[in-house]
Design a protein around this ligand. Structure first.
Ligand SMILES: [Cu+2]
Length: 159
C-alpha cells in the first residue's frame, strides 16, 4: 500500500505526446475505411489468436471511473480503474503511475502534481491532482506490476 507522487519532466511528456501515430495513419490511408468492417466471424475463423498486438495477453489499460459528470477547474479527485483490454474486467494491479499535463500551444506543457492512493477496491486508485486551467488535460498512465503491463492516456476536458 504505497503512496506515490509522480512527476514527469516536460521532455518525456512531449515524447509521449508526439509518439508514433504516423505509421498507423499511413496504413489506414492505404486501405479504404469501408473495408475495415469485415465480418469479425471471418477473422475468428482464420486467426485463432487475436492479431491486435503480440503482447496482448497481460495488457491492461487505465480508465476513468469517476467523476462521470463535468470536471471543474481546480483541485480534483478522480477514481481510475485498471481493466483487462480483452475482457474489460477490473485487474487488481499493484500500482500505477499517472502524470497530469496540459499541452500548451508554443509553450511547455503545464504539469500538475499527482497523488495516487489505492482504494478499497483492488484495481481502483484515487488520483488527486489540480487542473489549473480549463481545457484539455492528459493523464498519462502506466501500470506498475510484475504481471501486467499497460500504458495509455486519459483525456480530460476541464470546464
Ligand atoms: Cu494551460
Amino acid at each position: 500500500m504505497k503512496k506515490i507522487i509522480a512527476l514527469i519532466l516536460p521532455i518525456s511528456v512531449l515524447m509521449i505526446a508526439c509518439g508514433s501515430p504516423s505509421s498507423d495513419t499511413q496504413t489506414q490511408l492505404e486501405t479504404a475505411p469501408e473495408t475495415e468492417t469485415t465480418a469479425t466471424e471471418e477473422n475468428l475463423e482464420t486467426t485463432p489468436e487475436t492479431d491486435i498486438t503480440a503482447t496482448e495477453e497481460n495488457t491492461v489499460m487505465v480508465a476513468l471511473a469517476s467523476p462521470e459528470e463535468e470536471i471543474p477547474m481546480g483541485d480534483a479527485e478522480l477514481i481510475v480503474e485498471v481493466k483487462d483490454n480483452t475482457s474489460g474486467e477490473t485487474v487488481p494491479v499493484e500500482n500505477i503511475e499517472v502524470s497530469s499535463t496540459m499541452p500548451m500551444e508554443g509553450e511547455e506543457p503545464m504539469i500538475s502534481k499527482v497523488e495516487i492512493e489505492p482504494t478499497e477496491t483492488p484495481g481502483q486508485f484515487k488520483v488527486k491532482t489540480n487542473f489549473g486551467m480549463a481545457g484539455t488535460w492528459n493523464l498519462a498512465t502506466k501500470v506498475k506490476d510484475a504481471n501486467y503491463q499497460g500504458e495509455n492516456e486519459i483525456v480530460v476536458e476541464v470546464k
